[in-house]
Design a protein around this ligand. Sequence first.
Ligand code: BG6
Length: 507
Amino acid sequence: MPSQPAQDDIPAPLFLALLGAAGDLAWRLVVPALYDLYRDGGLPERFALVGVDRKPDTAEAMRARCRDGIEQFSRLGLGDDATWQSFAARIDYLTADIEQAGTALAPRLAELTATLGEPPLAVYYLAIPPRLFGPAAHGLAAAGLEQDRARARLVVEKPLGRDRASFRALDSELAAHFQESQLYRMDHFLGKETVQNILALRFANPIFEPIWDRRYIDHVAITVAETLGVEHRANYYEGAGCLRDMVQNHLLQIFCLVAMEPPARFDADNLRDRKMDLLSALRPIPAAAVDEYAARGQYGPGWIHGSQMPGYRQEDGIAPASNVETFAAIKLLVDNWRWQDVPFYLRTGKRMAEDVSEVSIRFRPVPHQAWPAGAAADHGPVRLVLRLHPDEGMDLKLNLKVPGAHFALRQQDLRFTYREAFQAEPPKPYETLLAAVLAGDQSLFMRADQVDAAWALLDPVVQSWAERPADFPNYATGSWGPESAERLINGDGRGWLTPTLPPQRAG
Ligand code: BG6
């Protein structure tokens, strides 16, 4: 899983077509990341960025919009004027319906090919709603733009379907024209440094693998908590909900990296095969017992860090009796030799107490407590906590002797923090992922069978929740989620632990 490819790996030159160039995704995430990549020397010298959208506009207006997005959202900022001007000179804009984008783009690609004297790498980035993926792919293929199997690449982002059947329908529209090797299905969590580091930690250090199984690990809890609410995305979120928005993709990808077998090679198919081995060993969730495996919640009004916030149903654009969940927790069991009987608890939600993401691996107790009576009063379960965000790093919570004449144990953290260790700001996920598209590295992208397997797991939950209206709201803004999520884990005699906060926030 290389993050930033070496300059040599980047094919030159590049034709990047941004479909949906007038939209939010292009402006807020794709263009700023592309610019950061450019400033970091990650783009080939010869490249063209062609925006396509139905909004009648000029290249000049597209440049102004790109500049605005870069100024607001890029990691490195606009930089000096010469840098921006040379980037801006490569930007063009075509007004066309998304279905017709292929027809509009084909002559531009032909022109560039003639000027360069060789065909460029052609990346078609679909920054458009998924209902347009099929028509866009069809339009590109009608103009023959999918033909160069080695050089033409299509990038799409979630949501990829609402369930397994709709994913299959959507994907077959893409697969009708593009081969799997041309498809880059984004999950931006895979572009996060700390998420990628799970593999480095596990497979570059010999001390973890021997204990990374049911003999030593009691359970694993994965938390991705956000203080953000639904914001300006009511339309999308009302049709999606938390399970589809976060669990089906991001949380299951983190789970895969924690629980998969070691790959034989760090190539895309090998890594994705190992993830598939794991996903196909997941115990199916019985439709009749969904509540034993999953819990849902929706935030009501409350307070976060001293500010009062409305409930989900009071947010702009949300139905006053909305049944959409803003929190989801799920228990996974893996039927294989490594993980039999080791539960994985995943939870994520909006408007929770803190912005914090972590993987907490709890080890079994030592088989025999030989300490003098009372010595172990302050000891606790050994845990390895991978802090994905914020204050990225890890903690190993160990039991150590308290200095003094008496033998007493206390739990103490062995703490590592990326910021201190590396003193460098890592690239943002979109930058890493764009670089991987250019390098033709699919390891950071989801293969169709993974997405399909994730839906296969969650379909019973999706269906059961749709059929049974919930008693919402059931957790207060600023809390750690609903009671039902506590019951999900308490029922097994375990509990969620308050995530490890940075020292300044932990108080
Ligand atoms: C997105 C979800 O995929 O991920 C959002 O649609 C969520 O609802 C976001 O807020 C979280 O990503 P990040 O990078 O901010 O942790």
